[in-house]
Ligand binder design. Sequence first.
Ligand code: AMP
Length: 307
Amino acid sequence: MTRIVSIGECMIEMAPLDSAGTYRMGFAGDTFNTAWYLAKLLEDRAQVDYFTAVGTDPVSDQMLAFLNSENIRTASILRRPDRTLGMYMIQLQDGERSFSYWREQSAARTLAQSPHDLTNALQGADIAYFSGITLAILSDWDRRTLMRSLQLFSACGGEIVFDPNLRPKLWPDMDKMRHAIMDAACLSDIVLPSHEDEATWFGDASPLDTAERYAKEGACTVIVKNGPGEILMLDDRAISHFLPNPVANVVDTTAAGDSFNAGFLASRIAGKSVEHSVETAAKLAARVVSSRGALVADAVQPSNLRI
Ligand code: AMP
């Protein structure tokens, strides 16, 4: 059975239910969203672990209970008595969503303080998954600790999968972000960037530029997502394309990339080709952008998607 460890931050999500100020509390975060979709898609074919740090307060307990109920293992998650979960609130104004964050002191920011904790979390895993947001929430020192642990994991035969998920607001400056992202790409076997972000922050003129920049660092497979546009696959130096079916009614693009990554990885783990896996990933993401929210249970019903 394949064992995947997803590393990052899962936050409290406060989503508006009406205009009278009623909010629903949930849990979400990029690497967690991917873990959630992976667990749903692979069921008993894989073991999905989430690695982060949380508090020791009731809301942290509630998050762990939620993860466990969704078949995501929490055994290596760290507990910090002096911290709690980060949180974000979604606000709707004239149909447009905006986000406010409280995450500067979140427990997850301490997830990479000890190489021992990271080694323990990655012990026996086949795949480590992380993102540019995972890197952005860490101090310089802790980011180096995470990089060294992943290097060791890779040297022992582990596969590393990375979504650059560029979020400039989380970084003190752009150079630091670009360096950290490219350092992470150096360690990664599979990189899953989104072209629009890469064009904005790395100046790539085309999806091929994005793919080649990451492949030059050593990634064997680069899948460049591009919203509704053509997806570019660079696998073992061979280039191919896939155009997703148009989605008539895009409701909410939250977690489009996260669900895409899970669809792609689940399909690869099930032994399917890169081309087939991209098609599966795009099908899943299309369903996710057709519904509100990050975690769309309908999208992973076996009647809607087969891995
Ligand atoms: P992105 O991270 O925005 O490039 O989106 C990730 C994936 O979600 C894309 O590769 C598509 O498969 C899917 N996706 C995102 N936006 C749309 C859209 N407007 N229409 C159809 N598919 C989409």
